[in-house]
Design a protein around this ligand. Structure first.
Ligand code: SF4
Ligand code: MG
Length: 329
């Protein structure tokens, strides 16, 4: 497989008045071409900081990448200059966010903005770039794209703005698309349309997708593999099929148990994982999940487990699955 992204032992810390917050605390994963990796976890688990780190958009101060490697097509992005990174962003790597309004410029028409993205990396005339913009709008299912291209972001619905973000991202034909909760703010029908669109574009553009979500329904529909994050670390990684069939980490089990099922009666109480995400300033000794884990043992409160290869392409960081297994990192 063609490896697009490989993140090795990434550490992104925030230096606050209260102390150092290790938001991303030694994260490793990879994504191959035409593959969608889901990154799941509760808010505060480090998912978004991981994606901002890849784009090198972590607000500094207080944030800083303090260790690790981000290999994009074999090239370490952490060695790039600000200028080089600017060219990579929105050209080789595109990102779509939860709130498209914040990334669209209110004073330019959407056609002009997409054309701008095309002009940034391709040697074409302004007219050609604008025609490409109209083409992209058509591709993402915007009705009357010629007319819509001349409108401003505020004249569009939330779902349409999200499509425009995708059009803009794809105008650059990126190798990697990072989507951070891309459908969270949208209603269910629009959400399904956007997800279908992302799938279509993955196969047509041969991109790799990193999809950050807290929604396991979205993962089931979209992702080939899943990395589950907890307290700044990946605690389990496996194919989507394996994760849903047999979650190994108690946290993953808890997440899966909390998915509402359509076939269950409304009265059925939703299982939620008891307790809250630990304060990263005061991480417990041993396994960070131990205070919430129904299966915690003595060793869990003493020693931290490491992400270990447990066979069949699966990795898990939990003492329940640790004996005799070789540590990965
Ligand atoms: Fe639970 Fe222990 Fe596994 Fe942590 S290491 S998830 S506390 S069983
Ligand atoms: Mg987030």
């Amino acid at each position: 497989a063609n490896r697009v992204l490989e993140v090795n032992n990434l550490q992104t810390h925030f230096f606050t008045d209260e102390g150092v917050v290790p938001s991303v605390n030694g994260v490793s994963f990879h994504i191959d071409q035409e593959e969608t990796l889901g990154i799941v976890g509760e808010s505060g688990s480090g998912k978004s900081v991981t994606s901002l780190s890849i784009m090198q958009l972590v607000p500094n101060p207080p944030g800083r990448i303090v260790g690790g490697q981000i290999l994009f097509q074999g090239d370490n992005l952490l060695k790039k200059s600000t200028d080089e990174m600017r060219k990579i962003r929105g050209n080789d790597i595109a990102m779509i966010f939860q709130e498209p309004m914040s990334s669209l410029n209110p004073v330019y028409t959407v056609g002009a903005q997409i054309a701008e993205a095309v002009l940034l990396h391709e040697n074409v005339s302004k007219r050609e770039a604008f025609n490409r913009a109209v083409e992209m709008l058509r591709l993402v299912g915007i009705p009357s794209p010629e007319r819509r291209a001349k409108e401003y972001p505020h004249q569009m619905s939330g779902g349409m703005r999200q499509r425009i973000m995708i059009a803009m991202a794809l105008a650059c034909n990126p190798k990697l698309l990072i989507a951070d909760e891309p459908t969270t703010a949208l209603d269910v029908t629009i959400q399904a349309q956007i997800l279908d669109l992302m799938k279509k574009l993955k196969s047509e553009f041969h991109a790799a997708i990193m999809l950050i979500t807290h929604d396991l329904g979205v993962v089931a529909e979209m992702c080939d593999r899943v990395a589950v994050m907890y307290a700044g670390k990946v605690v389990e990684e496996a194919s989507t099929v394996d994760i849903f069939r047999e979650p190994l980490h108690p946290y993953t089990e808890g997440l899966l148990a909390s998915i509402p099922r359509i076939d269950e009666t409304r009265q059925e109480k939703l299982h939620v994982i008891e307790g809250t995400v630990p304060n990263l300033l005061h991480l417990p000794r041993g396994c960070a999940f131990a205070p919430r884990c129904p299966k915690a043992m003595d060793i869990c409160r003493r020693e931290e487990p490491t992400l270990s290869d447990v066979g069949d392409g699966r990795k898990v960081s939990c003492w329940l699955h640790a004996d005799g297994k070789e540590a990965v990192s």
